[in-house]
Write a protein of this length. Structure first.
Length: 254
């Protein structure tokens, strides 16, 4: 009789210990009693009724979801291969268990379809240069679709965009042409500004003959300092005009 009682007590203790669960701070327990949902439990020690209760652990930490590479055709008909990463967490464990089956897989599928849909409406230039706006749009759309499941999508980031090799060469040629165009514009602007400065200087010199003489003397000084063997002396046209006229009239007189 004593042995039977001891065995019964030991079995009851073992059954009681087996029905106890310990949840960490980032875990919650969704408990079903005979199929009926009970209030959320945890963290800490959770007691269950054996055979009657069934518990599902839900992790509340942020989950890193790697979106597999997706084949996308942009709005300007360029085929690209894009992969991304999304971060989400469970904000309502009861909905995450009751509203959808295997919420991580469902979230991944929604992220893949949304990625193809959003990027398919963007041009290649926008995909390469406006990633912040695309990331924000992806996060907003995916979060709206997962909200009924108790899932909060916090961030979506496009990681890599693979472009066909022929398109890469075309982009490189376009970038080179753009650099050449900018160089020509800068060069022409420099020539235009130099011409303006020369015009302003000529206007100032023409108003004062003394300034022309000073500039002439300064030029001679610069030529002498360079130790050159040839020096050019400009003469006023008023002095050589009679000589030129005489030279032109001499063949006609002959």
């Amino acid at each position: 009789m004593i042995w039977a009682l001891a065995i019964a007590v030991a079995a009851a203790l073992a059954l009681g210990l087996a029905s106890m669960r310990v949840l960490r701070e980032y875990q919650r327990a969704v408990v079903f009693r005979l199929g009926r949902l009970l209030p959320l439990r945890g963290p800490g020690l959770v007691a269950l009724i054996p055979i009657v209760d069934r518990m599902v652990r839900v992790d509340l930490r942020t989950v890193t979801l790697t979106i597999p590479p997706q084949e996308v055709i942009t709005r300007d008909n360029v085929p690209v291969r894009v992969n991304a990463v999304a971060y989400f967490r469970v904000v309502d464990p009861a909905k995450a268990i009751n509203e959808v089956e295997r919420y991580p897989i469902a979230t991944s599928q929604i992220a893949q379809t949304t990625l193809r849909s959003v990027l398919g409406r963007a041009d290649l230039d926008a995909l390469l240069a406006e990633r912040d706006q695309l990331n924000e749009s992806l996060q907003k759309i995916i979060d709206e679709q997962t909200e009924p499941w108790g899932i909060k999508v916090t961030t979506v980031e496009i990681k890599d965009v693979e472009i066909p090799e022929a398109m890469q060469r075309a982009i490189a040629r376009q970038a080179e042409a753009e650099r050449e165009r900018r160089a020509k514009i800068i060069n022409s602007q420099g020539e235009y500004q130099a011409a303006e400065q020369l015009y302003d200087a000529s206007q100032i010199l023409s108003r004062n003959p003394t300034a022309i003489q000073l500039r002439y003397l300064q030029t001679l000084l610069e030529l002498g300092g360079d130790q050159r063997s040839t020096v050019v002396f400009p003469l006023p046209m008023d002095l050589i005009a009679p000589l030129l006229d005489a030279a032109r009239s001499r063949p006609r007189d002959a």
